[in-house]
Design a binder for this molecule. Structure first.
Ligand SMILES: Nc1ncnc2c1ncn2[C@@H]1O[C@H](COP(=O)(O)OP(=O)(O)O)[C@@H](O)[C@H]1O
Ligand SMILES: [Mg+2]
Length: 254
């Protein structure tokens, strides 16, 4: 059984088709990178996968559960880390995590152990009693990552999770995703940073203008681009129709 199966998902906002007939699958214990330029539909697709947005057409299955027919079952097994997490700024970090753990019905003893384990792992230990309001962007991001993991999800959906993290924290999160993979957890995460996708993912799906334009391992993609030794960046720019960047840069520099 696949961890995630997306079939023919479409979403339109007014005149704009943000997601246009996307189909993809993620195996259990696989890390899939969703790569695409700004506005290519990554966040919209992720919100549909976790049930925040309803698709106009198409279906989502998470470990065999239909997301539209059984959203509660799906929410139990999915962890979501949004792009710009909206946290309760006037709670302390620990109050927020306590609250999230309660929503998921974690028993108190397990809850405290799990929360302190994550606080330590992500270098937030000692800061948990401060108000979220005073946290840096990176600290808020780490808090959102912990909140998304507390209930031991089988599918992790992370929207640009490394964006505001310093290299050390980014490394910790990357190792964490790999560790979860070893436990069979599937991850789908978006990024517009090629090096991140290359370094973390087992497989990459490239989106452009709401559609999947290519998928495969980074090796496959480089081979498909036809030029041996070409970088993932060249492949990406070619596929997303932005290969003529020299002209743009020239225009900007005048
Ligand atoms: N709530 C919304 N209302 C109207 N347009 C939206 C909304 N959310 C996203 N869009 C549009 O859908 C397209 C895809 O956006 P998004 O999924 O955020 O892309 P990405 O995450 O790849 O940058 C963009 O053109 C964006 O402006
Ligand atoms: Mg986005």
């Amino acid at each position: 059984m696949q961890a995630l199966e997306v079939s023919g998902v479409t979403k339109t906002f007014g005149e704009r088709r943000a997601v246009d007939g996307v189909s993809l699958a993620v195996n259990q214990g696989e890390i899939l990178g969703l790569l695409g330029p700004n506005g290519s539909g990554k966040s919209t697709l992720m919100k549909i996968i976790v049930g925040i947005l309803k698709p106009d057409a198409g279906a989502i299955q998470v470990l065999g559960n239909d997301a539209t027919k059984d959203p509660t079952a799906v929410k139990r097994i999915v962890g979501f880390v949004p792009e710009s997490p909206r946290l309760y700024e006037f709670l302390s970090g620990i109050e927020y995590l306590d609250f999230v753990a309660d929503v998921h019905g974690l028993v108190p003893s397990a809850k405290h152990e799990r929360i302190s384990h994550f606080l330590k792992a992500l270098d937030l230990e000692g800061r948990e009693n401060e108000l979220i309001n005073g946290y840096s962007q990176g600290m808020k991001q780490k808090l959102a990552i912990i909140a998304g993991l507390l209930h031991r999800p089988q599918l992790l959906v992370m929207d640009e999770p490394l964006n505001s993290l310093d290299p050390r924290s980014a490394r910790i999160v990357k190792d964490l995703i790999h560790k979860l993979r070893d436990d069979g957890v599937a991850t789908i995460f978006s990024t517009h940073v090629l090096e991140i996708a290359d370094a973390i993912c087992d497989r990459i799906v490239i989106m452009d203008a709401g559609r999947v334009v290519e998928q495969g391992s980074t090796g496959d993609l480089k081979a498909k681009a036809g030029t041996p030794g070409s970088t993932l960046e060249e492949v990406f720019l070619k596929l997303t129709g932005t290969s003529d960047t020299r002209e743009i840069v020239e225009a900007l520099s005048h």
